[in-house]
Design a protein around this ligand. Structure first.
Ligand SMILES: NC(=O)C1=CN([C@@H]2O[C@H](COP(=O)(O)OP(=O)(O)OC[C@H]3O[C@@H](n4cnc5c(N)ncnc54)[C@H](OP(=O)(O)O)[C@@H]3O)[C@@H](O)[C@H]2O)C=CC1
Ligand SMILES: O=C(O)C1=N[C@H](C(=O)O)C[C@H](O)C1
Length: 260
């Protein structure tokens, strides 16, 4: 296991500012941080609060659980002021991550964790699927979410597809076979690093993902279900405890877990 946050003094607590505190994730994170003995929740911001409140409150750490359009500016502000940052908001495409990495190079002591998914079960499912996918001819990702979700495909599905693509490339596996000649309406889904990703939005669902892998005469499915946002809170707290010990950008909670 990697090192955790080492406070300057034994009784120093992690001083957390929560961006997106009024949201579905934010409200659960308020409860989790408040209940953590080694943390103090010093600021709760919503869409109308100026980011300067984070500084006025004396935060050492920021958690961003907002919307894809706001998250990059929030994180840039935190890094600019030397605050370790844990990001759960989706939409952190490669170009955004590269811009953040360039900024972090100017602030080498600051740690940022972008966690497309804080659920340990989901992180494990993506890791298993990436490993397994090199043994199958075909692989596709299906993510299924509640209809209030703003972005598609989900950040988790994008990250999973990226991991699958990297694993298959390393093993020299050919692209999944596909004879489709006509797809005028995009029925074959999005393509992430050559891996097909399909998004379902359905009332009654929370957050679910299946990775379908097919070979001659067989199929392996790796499925993860999050039924409640409580599933993410141990990962949020783990991220807060470890981020200061990991300067620079970590993409994926698996970066803080010894999975190999
Ligand atoms: N990494 C993970 O494990 C998980 C990530 N997520 C992601 O977390 C994010 C938040 O999800 P969820 O809580 O369901 O979303 P909600 O819509 O419930 O909450 C969004 C929050 O962001 C705030 N907000 C909206 N617009 C802005 C803005 N322009 N600037 C600053 N704050 C803003 C809202 O404040 P206000 O109330 O004032 O509008 C609200 O507090 C999403 O991107 C989602 O995909 C979700 C679950 C798990
Ligand atoms: O919006 C959600 O609900 C979720 N968003 C994250 C994502 O985009 O992957 C994580 C999880 O899937 C729930």
């Amino acid at each position: 296991m990697s090192a955790e946050y080492t406070p300057a003094a034994e009784n120093d607590r992690i001083r957390v500012a929560l961006l997106g505190a009024s949201g579905k994730m934010g409200r659960r994170a308020v409860e989790a941080v408040t209940a953590a003995e080694d943390m103090e929740l010093v600021a709760e911001l919503t869409s109308t609060d100026p980011l300067e409140r984070v500084l006025e409150a004396g935060a050492t750490h920021v958690v961003d659980l907002t919307v894809p359009d706001a998250s990059p500016d929030n994180v840039a502000f935190a890094v600019e002021h030397g605050l370790h940052t844990v990001v759960g908001t989706s939409g952190w495409v490669q170009q955004r991550r590269e811009r953040l990495q360039a900024q972090l190079a100017q602030h080498p002591q600051v740690g940022v964790l972008i966690a497309p998914n804080f659920s340990v079960g989901s992180v494990l499912a993506s890791a298993f699927a990436a490993k397994a996918s090199r043994f199958f001819e075909s692989v596709e990702v299906v993510e299924l979410h509640h209809p209030a979700k703003l972005d598609a495909p989900s950040g988790t599905a994008v990250r999973t597809a990226e991991m699958i693509a990297a694993s298959r490339a390393e093993a020299g596996v050919a692209p999944s076979p596909d004879a489709t000649e006509r797809d005028p309406d995009g029925a074959r889904g999005a393509e992430v690093d050559g891996v097909r990703v399909h998004a379902v939005r359905l009332r009654g669902l929370e957050a679910h993902q299946e990775v379908l892998m097919g070979g001659p005469g067989e199929q392996l499915t790796v499925r993860h279900d999050a039924f409640d946002r409580g599933a993410y809170m141990p990962g949020v707290l783990l991220g807060l405890r470890r981020v200061a010990a990991h300067p620079g950008l970590t993409y994926g909670l698996d970066g803080y877990l010894d999975l190999d």
